[in-house]
Design a protein around this ligand. Sequence first.
Ligand code: 3PY
Ligand code: ZN
Length: 529
Amino acid sequence: MDTTFRDAHQSLLATRVRTHDLLKISPFVSHNFNTLYSLENWGGATFDVALRFLHECPWERLESMRKLIPNIPFQMLLRGANGVGYTSYPDNAVYKFCELSVKAGMDIFRVFDSLNYLPNLVLGIDAVGNAGGVVEAAISYSGDISDPSKKKYTLDYYMKLADELVKAGIHVLCIKDMAGLLKPRAAKLLISRLRERYPDLPIHVHTHDTSGAGVASMLECAYAGADAVDVAVDSMSGMTSQPSMGAVVASLMGHELDTGMNLNDVSQYSAFWEQTRTLYAPFECAVTMKSGNADVYQNEIPGGQYTNLQFQAFSLGLGDQFEAVKKAYREANLLLGDLIKVTPSSKVVGDLAQFMVQNKLSAADVEAGAENLSFPKSVIEFVQGYLGEPYGGFSEPLRTKMLKGLPTVKGRPGATMAPLDFAAIKSKLSEEHGPRITEYDVLSYAMYPKVTEDFLFFRNKYGPVDKLDTRIFLTGPKVGEEFEVQIEKGKTLHIKTLAMAEDLNVNGEREVFFELNGQLRSVMVRDQE
Ligand code: 3PY
Ligand code: ZN
């Protein structure tokens, strides 16, 4: 599977790659990579970031990619009962979300739960199955099964969970190594054991290359009988992203597992992304991250979160704080009982770690003073049970001290949530934003109410900004610059910026003059300097 369209940029470029650039390279992918198991191009953080920061509709992105790539299965990442969000949703929101995803063009759903909590996983599996999608159920990997001193997440734990998932009726089993902890020897052990137990079950493995061992691990998985492994095109691979496509393709050439993929095609694809990546320089993790780092085996921070935490620390001018955050992350995880850490449980651990660093608290301080500390909201909601139940139970007596008498949820959180009234949401949105509200907008609202409202206001005011090219979108045109925007097939706007007024008006706005298809126009723009 190629992750370039989703996890690679989520992990390297803060998920900022725009539909415009994805569509530019889509015909090339369609023509040259039709032997891929799948193209991961949706879900995870892309949904939220598209709406929130890129001001574009994620559903339209999916439909547009589908039109240009009709011949490669599409794959998305579904956070089980957490949909594409950070919390539990009512069941009908997850079912409807899957139904619409299939309608918009999705094929394969990688379903995981941030605590490997079976009832949440089963809900996601059922929702995908109901929608007619391919169910790829994922076991999130933590710890190290090749280290006998690690007692919580053992080979036996993973085999039992696999048994439960197979019983739930899945099409594909995924091992989701979101932090890149699956060392080559552990990979061989786990995949060969799964292959032995389930000779006919398709097995798919996902990893991140944070330590630098990703290619080695994926090759071991392939040799041990995995059917598909995840890679990103070379120029979007490595470090917190997936291992390199070119490296895996080249390593298997002439072997019985030869992928049959052409290195020249990979290289052309990579050249496109090498160029395109430069447009996203402000979001580039490579500004702060220069190399792989094997300390991930200790802190167990997932790929996307690793770059986020590092970026936050460096942008505050606290580069050395990142070392403290990584250390605190490890401690926070142990305090909470050694959790599976992946969105959203990884956010809980990250928030606790940052809280500890900011307040200069050691693990012992947290344990001793929990009754008197104001923990981040995500941490409190986690101990209340809003994400489900962690394997091995909640950490006591810390949980009770943190709760300070707050109510708790037993079992699967979504089971006790009232269903959403989609018709009511639609009429509310239509009243506020006009009659063009679709069922896709309704589901965006179900996942992210405030972000979707902001997006709808923005779209009504500014139109389809996803049609602008990325440099213009991110930095704006220069005075005197001419550019074109294709708003639909055969409809192109010619724009030339002419001048800006010297003075600001009373609202702090400046008049900007431009030509639109040869006609003089002006617009008031708030001055940000
Ligand atoms: C996500 O949930 O977005 C992830 O990438 C988890 O690994
Ligand atoms: Zn990932």
